[in-house]
Design a protein around this ligand. Structure first.
Ligand SMILES: [Zn+2]
Length: 109
């Protein structure tokens, strides 16, 4: 399945909208107030692994609201990270801590 196809379905669009309307700010920019326009998965799923898609893709607890700048950056940063045995909440905190370290509170903007 391609990345494009997986996002092209009603369930995802509905969940994404629901999550952003409940969490309208970018979690990575916080406490800076930046509007979230995208949704990131705390624990990334593997398109080659159906089990990981089933477990992670449409799981609301695995979502994190983000602006497009942070989404691009965290997608790059997380390639070297290991999320094994992490809960969604742990993965979320872990990624936020990585962003703060790399970016600094004021550094990037
Ligand atoms: Zn952001």
């Amino acid at each position: 399945m391609s990345k494009k196809n997986i996002y092209n379905n009603r369930k995802w669009r509905k969940l994404r909208l629901y999550h952003i309307s409940n969490n309208p700010l970018c979690a990575y920019c916080y406490p800076k107030i930046v509007e979230a326009t995208q949704v990131d998965h705390c624990i990334p799923f593997d398109l080659e692994d159906k089990e990981s898609i089933d477990r992670l893709f449409l799981e609301e607890d695995n979502l994190i609201s983000t602006c497009s700048t942070c989404h691009g950056l965290i997608t790059f940063i997380q390639q070297g990270l290991d999320f094994k045995n992490m809960s969604f909440e742990e993965a979320k905190r872990f990624k936020i801590s990585k962003m703060v370290k790399k970016v600094g509170i004021d550094g990037f903007y």
